[in-house]
Design a protein around this ligand. Structure first.
Ligand SMILES: [Zn+2]
Length: 120
């Protein structure tokens, strides 16, 4: 894999996980399926250490719930997790606004900057 993309993946994964945990408690298998929909192929051996790190850092809180007669570990977002997610959203929004501004749809409304090629 391209090393730059590879270096960004852990950050994307954490942002995804916090986002979904903010919507409601998550569990491992569910997150593996959800991340798979976004093209991230994760094994439990990759996901669980991330969940545990987020838990140790105080971003998620684990609790066991019995579902269908089986104990399942759920991870709920904490106040620190929510605060962190808000900061991540600001960064993602800021970046997306700039890098996606390249689309033809929005380029006409943007004034050309000095020293920049126009009409690429
Ligand atoms: Zn997602």
């Amino acid at each position: 894999m391209n090393p730059i993309l590879k270096s960004l993946y852990p950050a994307f994964l954490r942002a995804h996980i916090l986002h979904h945990a903010a919507e409601g408690p998550i569990y491992g298998v569910e997150m593996i399926e959800e991340l798979g929909r976004h093209g991230y192929r994760l094994s439990p051996g990759t996901l669980y250490p991330i969940l545990h790190t987020l838990e140790r850092g105080g971003y998620l809180k684990q609790r066991s719930m019995v579902v269908g007669g089986r104990a399942r570990k759920y991870y709920a977002i904490t106040a620190l997790g929510r605060k962190t997610l808000r900061e991540i959203k600001i960064k993602v929004w800021e970046l997306a606004r700039e890098v996606l501004d390249d689309t033809p749809r929005s380029s006409s409304s943007r004034p050309a900057r000095p020293g920049r090629a126009v009409g690429r």
